[in-house]
Design a protein around this ligand. Sequence first.
Ligand code: RUQ
Ligand code: CUA
Length: 649
Amino acid sequence: MRSITISLCVSVTAVAGLACGGGKAPSTGGGGTSSTLTDLMKARGLSEIDVQAALKTYTPSGKLDEYMVFASGGHSGQVIVIGVPSMRILKYIGVFTPEPWQGYGFDNQTKDVMAGGKRGDRDLTWADTHHPALSESGGDYDGKYLFIGDKANARIAVIDLKDFATKQIVTTELIGSDHGAAFVTPNTDYVVETTQYATPLGGAFADLKEYKDKYRGAAVFWKFDRDKGRIDKDASFAIEFPPYVQDLADAGKKVSDGYAFFNSINTELAWGGNAEGNPPMESGMSQNDMDYLHVVNWRKAEELIKAGKFETIAGMKVIRLATAAEEGVLTFVPEPKSPHGVDVTPDGEDIVVGGKLDTHGTVFSFSKIKALIEQKKYEGKDPYGVPILAFKDAIRGQVELGLGPLHTQFDDQGNAYTSLFLETVVAKWSLKDLKVLDKVSTHYNIGHLVAAEGDTVSPDGRFLIAMNKWALDRFNKVGPLLPQNFQLVDLTTPKMQVLYDLPLPLGEPHYAQMIKADKLAPIEIYAPGEDPIRGEVSPFAVTGGKERVERQGDQVHVYMTAIRSHFTPDIVRVKLGDTVHWHVTNLEQAYDATHGFAINSYNINLSLEPGEHSDVTFKADRAGVFPMYCTEFCSALHLEMAGYLVVEP
Ligand code: RUQ
Ligand code: CUA
């Protein structure tokens, strides 16, 4: 017992610089019980390893995190911001779905943003957010923007990290779903979105029996205009792919800049029909020993677009498959058995593919692939005329990883980390000699993993998060639907160590990226009267003393201000049938002085951050007296920050 106390004392003191006089922890003050660390450990059933983990993650009140994680919010259609190492949740960013607290999807501005993602005239009220991608300069995160894809509806969102708010959603009817989305080219020239499930391009109709001939995938290269901070739809283009069910994707970097890599899982061209005499999809798609890694020369594709070698489908410029094959835009390399993740190494030289139904990670060599393409050394063509390189000539080697390799991230020491779904571990392996060095168990069924800046040209190492699909026995029971489990893993010790479990009960968060916190510089307040979506002072902004109600026929404009602790005007009278244009400016210029604005029965709910201006338009179609009030506990007189909307019959 005594020796445990001593060794704990030594290690704890070493880790945290704690005073450890005779094993006594400092008293917690007047009249409190003073206990030794060992007593505390005993009482809570903690081991020395547990205490080390606690010391590596515990972040006292007022201390900030070193890294920030942007995680997909899965079905919620949001993005989750998490601090590392504390694993404290810092923000849910409303993206594809309304987020009431931020008033996202309630005012005219954010309704317009959401309308950008409409398919046909249908409002979509959920998303399957998969892969967030931070903007990059020279292949490194620059902390300016974040993009994320919605697999279910083939949409991409742009989030400005100036205020951590969604500014734009785009979609194209060219494709019906995506999965390799979003990822960015090294200078964020393009945000790439790739089809998952093939459909006839542009939403046309063709029966599934015509799958081979009429169904297609595509990679959409959304042009990002950095000055405007928006995707430029007109400058975007797409490349048509065979209906091989493209999976994950990654952009080349450094030596492989100008290229992008896409996995596929269905070179069998299965299309289901298990009640029509066909094999079920999952076995139909798993017959071949090899699928195709799609190697795309996107700089070449840009040239073809400039040269007019495209067709316009559903408003999108599309390089047709035959053109892509002939002009060297698209080349295939066989890859083992229904792979999943494809990840380019920090130097851009290797492309690591997770086998999923194969026990290997396959390491393709970009320089070999490039040389083979230049020499036109093909071993054949696929049925669509796309040239195929020989597998053995294109790889540097394979690493025997274990069961179910999926995704790979990198550190600053030349190591790679691959998630193994079936084995439910993270495998650490050496890029140099392709040998496994260590494995750590995760709980359970890990999907993606994210290391600190682990997919950039300069990874940091240090921390990794295992993003686990199943939680089983990790948390208190909450009924049959369990949270997902993010496990923080220490990469600085010789053996990887799990430090912390964070349950995420919001949707299945697929992927995340982890950025050094000091690369982010968000604003604290908006300029007086700023419309955050336009990024400028609103023409409807209201200043103190200029509050008023103006009527033009049945159109009523309300110019209102909010400041602790009142709205001006606090009574607004309109007539049944009027259209009301409500303009509210928060006059506060103090950090964190947010007011809410809600009107009963009319589903009006705004969040006005300091300086922010917001507009909402509605029809006064119900007579009565409707309380309106501030929904943020903004001051001692918050409850008094209220008024009435009077709709006269
Ligand atoms: S993935 S299943 Cu990122 Cu592994 Cu979507
Ligand atoms: Cu303003 Cu409560």
